[in-house]
Write a protein that binds this ligand. Sequence first.
Ligand SMILES: *[C@@H]1O[C@H](CO)[C@@H](O)[C@H](O)[C@H]1NC(C)=O
Ligand SMILES: *[C@@H]1O[C@H](CO)[C@@H](O)[C@H](O)[C@H]1NC(C)=O
Length: 422
Amino acid sequence: MYHKMHLILFILLSFTLNILSQATHSRLHTSVIAITKDEKTSFHTVSWGYFEPDHILDLDAPFTWKNCIIRHSEIVCGLEEGCRFPLPCDNTLCKEAKSYINPICPSLNNITSKYGCRICAVTPFNPISNTCKISQLTTDLVNLYLTDGRNPSPGPDHPFGSRFVVSCAPSSLLRSFPEGVRGVASFSWSSLSFPRQFSYLHMTEKFAVCLPSSSSARGVTFLGDGPFYFLQFPKLDLRTILSYTPIIRKTSKSLGYYIKITQIAVQGTAIGVSSLIKTSSVKLSTLVPYTTLRSDIYKALVKSFSTATKNIPRVTAVQPFNLCFKTGSGYHGVPKIDLETQGGKKWTISGDNSMKHVGNGVSCLAFMDGGSNVEDEIVIGAYQMENNFLFFDLVNRKLGFSSSLLARGTSCNSFNFTEIGN
Ligand SMILES: *[C@@H]1O[C@H](CO)[C@@H](O)[C@H](O)[C@H]1NC(C)=O
Ligand SMILES: *[C@@H]1O[C@H](CO)[C@@H](O)[C@H](O)[C@H]1NC(C)=O
């Protein structure tokens, strides 16, 4: 009885949503979500909708998950639970989610034999504690904001929200997350990721990420084609300042984003391991705090950087860094590091992204030695992405990058989040 009533409610609601989205069918096809930084852990989080808490932004996750429960009772839908509908196992997105098997997660065989096809059992993964739990995929509602590139305005399904498939997860999976963070937001290659799942709202499978450098700043991610404008330059579409390099997908099932770097140079001089990195692909990770290099590449970078900074006074290294300087308040005289990408364009890392101020006028080279036995020779971490505008074009498989926006007089804190009408 309840089941039927809720089913009818759902059908009515879906119907209304469809009519509404057609009625307000918008000329806008880009969505905007704010990014914040947790000062203590340095993780970057996104939050969608009014009541949604923060989720860690992950370029690698197979699907989005949040701390929620689905009751195994007749009542499948309660608005207090966000009106969730378990996905059946034959749903395309369920099959996709199940195709990304994480070997450290428990097997789902027993669940499947117990519940059959009524649910879609999956194993949400916490990338910080490296743990998984068994849960299931469900339909949730996401309150998207669209943008003309300058301001947010209510999305097509406002105020109900648009359908979105997420996994629930028990609260025990939240351990090791910053306070207030309730899950992981997927921005990967998976068709369950944010940028790809919303393509049904006529958003192109492209997204931009601009990470803020402090907890008092508000960064931004855009889903869709753009344009993108920041406050300081109302006439400058940020797409016009980008350089592009191919995005590599390692295998048809790999989730993360890779680019190729043919050379690393410090103040214009190659660091001397070009033969080693010629064949390497470079991963982009918002979960790795500082760019991490295989030992030989790291040592060559530190050697070149030391030589280029011999006029800056050294101080005892401050953990976790190995090379620290007395720089005062700014980064004057700090050499720039260029990553020469496939296609010849340079991603320039200047002091704001290469040096980390650790207090008392001391700054350290913010790169890490990953050891000699690493899966990826180079992983570009979040600190090096902050205040850089990155545009992931999944359609044409290329990455647009700006290098530091600070050098251009703007930053990732410069989108105007004042809401305007549609
Ligand atoms: C599956 O169920 C069997 C029998 O109940 C049990 O012995 C086994 O440990 C279970 N496997 C997993 C992975 O939970
Ligand atoms: C932000 O956008 C609003 C709405 O268009 C506008 O009134 C306001 O002046 C903008 N803020 C700044 C700092 O330009």
